[in-house]
Design a protein around this ligand. Sequence first.
Ligand SMILES: [Zn+2]
Length: 92
Amino acid sequence: MGKHPNSRNGFKKGENKGKENINWKGESTKYRGKHMWVSRQKGKASNYFCVDCSKKAREWSNVDHEYKRIIEDYFPRCKKCHIIYDKKHNDK
Ligand SMILES: [Zn+2]
């Protein structure tokens, strides 16, 4: 009897990877991709100050939350103000 290729167990589902994925919840690759784009255009948000409270910014926040490729639509905000802003303007 010869060896069958499907006796290999290389492709087990859900080991190791699942753990990491939990941390990624709520942040889709799409979202991340857009933010990477902004960072490439303008640099890291942490190089700026939050437009609302003047503390150090952490994230790029988008005017209409559609994350279009319009650089003027992005503002540096700290985490707190970003959440507040998104609640105010994008609460749907
Ligand atoms: Zn702030």
